[in-house]
Design a protein around this ligand. Structure first.
Ligand code: PLP
Length: 448
């Protein structure tokens, strides 16, 4: 492994390397604060994998999942669209040079000021799931290209969303489509979100069947239905298999939407963000609890390890995203794993990362790694109690960087908002919106 440049914002690597080796190198350099190593190649590989598996489905990355500028700029450079949920996310993405036509404002309950800002910026594809949102849209964005969000939940999901968003596809949606027509609003499509970290694949087929019926109902109400948004719920690492999910979606598209004039988009978050980020944390304190005798007479010790990131920082995902994180020692050890717990740095007893796990004995100064930490961690983390949130160190293979660098200027055009509404155009076809993608980055062959 050889770092050949550390050019902001990435470390450019030559020769074989892995995120763990990069972490070792950084730690040996005297690092003490927690940090992420972000593998840019993983993001690019996943983008190409998506395109191969679901050529008909354009990914609109859900910015809420991880708003790390490098991740978002990379996806923008590759040609992805974006799902934004607020004015700040819209500002962030448009400031990277992403055209409004490549953005869906996919929050069915929007503050009026955010909707007004979107309208003035030219972002007109917006979701809704209620009568009041239709009335608000009529007032602040009468030119909207509306997408009705329906509820269709996976039988199990890491973070179910249906309790909050999505109208009933049978009992409510047809009436809302008619109301939109009466109000003179334009509905162009149907969206849903089966739940983040969905643990069922067949749900996408059920949702597409509902969407097909609503395309018919929308048509009957006078709308020209042409956009299908299959939402998020795609696996990061673990859970369902993306291949299985794509087989279900591709099959259901053939069955229910054979007409290729229907544009199909998705709003993946976790799929792009999770696996690219490995978190490195340092143990700064340990505490041995008094040994206990178990029911079968064995004497059991328990060590508490205190690390420099916790549930108020990156591990908020344990509370909010119901993630099961796994601690891995950076330094190899021949000793047997012992019962232990891992705690965050703040003075709050809730700040527990792992209440019960097993690790070979560790000392203060040792490092613990957590893989797949890119989804729903960074944007939520706070510096509560004065503990800084981890810095991201991005790493990229030299060959891939040479391709990405050339695409970069596309994302560096500053979008300046001068208050003049941009032309209102519907979502364009991918040919007009996407810059070329790197010919053959195959980043992973060089990484592991
Ligand atoms: N779209 C919407 C509207 C969401 O609320 C979310 C997550 O909460 C996503 C997309 C991203 O979902 P996922 O990370 O499961 O792909």
């Amino acid at each position: 492994m050889k770092v050949i440049e550390e050019e902001h914002p990435v470390m450019v690597m030559e020769g074989p390397w892995s995120p763990v080796e990069v972490i070792r190198g950084i730690v040996e350099g005297g690092q003490e604060d927690p940090f992420y190593v972000m593998d840019l190649g993983e993001v690019v590989a996943r983008y190409h994998h998506w395109k191969e598996m679901m050529p008909r489905v354009e990914p609109f990355y859900a910015v809420k999942c991880n708003d790390d500028k490098l991740l978002v700029s990379t996806l923008a450079a590759l040609g992805a669209g974006f799902d934004c949920a607020s004015k700040a996310e819209l500002q962030f993405v448009t400031a990277l040079g992403v055209r409004p036509e490549r953005i869906i404002f996919a929050n069915p309950a929007k503050p009026a000021s955010h909707l007004r800002w979107a309208a003035a910026t030219g972002v007109t594809t917006v979701t809704f799931d209620s009568e009041t949102e239709l009335l608000k849209t009529k007032q602040y964005m009468p030119q909207a290209q509306l997408v009705i969000r329906i509820r269709c939940d996976a039988s199990s999901a890491q973070c179910p969303l249906g309790i909050k968003f999505g109208c009933d596809p049978v009992a409510e949606a047809p009436r809302l489509l008619k109301l939109a027509a009466v109000l003179g609003l334009t509905v162009v499509g149907v969206s849903f979100h089966v739940g983040s970290g969905a643990r069922e694949t067949a749900v996408y087929a059920r949702a597409l069947q509902h969407a097909r019926d609503l395309f018919a109902a929308g048509g009957a109400a006078g709308h020209r239905m042409r956009l299908l948004d299959v939402g998020g719920g795609f696996p990061g690492n673990g859970g369902t298999c993306i291949r299985e999910v794509s087989a279900v979606i591709n099959g259901a598209l053939e069955t229910h939407f054979p007409n290729k004039d229907v544009r199909v988009i998705a709003e993946p978050g976790r799929y792009f963000a999770a696996a690219a980020y490995t978190l490195a944390t340092q143990i700064h304190a340990t505490r041995e609890l008094p040994a206990k005798t178990t029911e079968d007479g064995a004497v059991e010790k328990h060590t508490m390890y205190f690390i420099n990131d916790g549930v108020y920082g990156s591990f908020n995902c344990v509370l909010y995203d119901h993630q099961q994180v796994v601690a891995e020692p950076l330094e190899p050890s021949a000793s047997c794993a012992q019962p232990c717990s891992v705690w965050g740095p703040t003075c709050d007893a809730l700040d527990c990362v792992l209440p019960a796990c097993r690790l070979p004995p560790r000392r203060a100064g040792d490092w613990l790694l957590f893989r797949d930490m890119g989804a729903y961690t960074i944007p939520v983390a706070s510096a509560f109690n004065g503990f800084p949130t981890p810095r991201v160190r991005a790493v990229v293979d030299k060959r891939l960087w040479s391709v990405l660098k050339d695409l970069w200027p596309l994302t560096e055009i500053n979008f300046s908002f001068d208050g003049i509404p941009a032309p209102q155009t519907p979502l364009p076809s991918p040919e007009t919106s996407a810059p070329p993608s790197p010919s053959d980055p195959s980043p992973h062959s060089a990484h592991s």
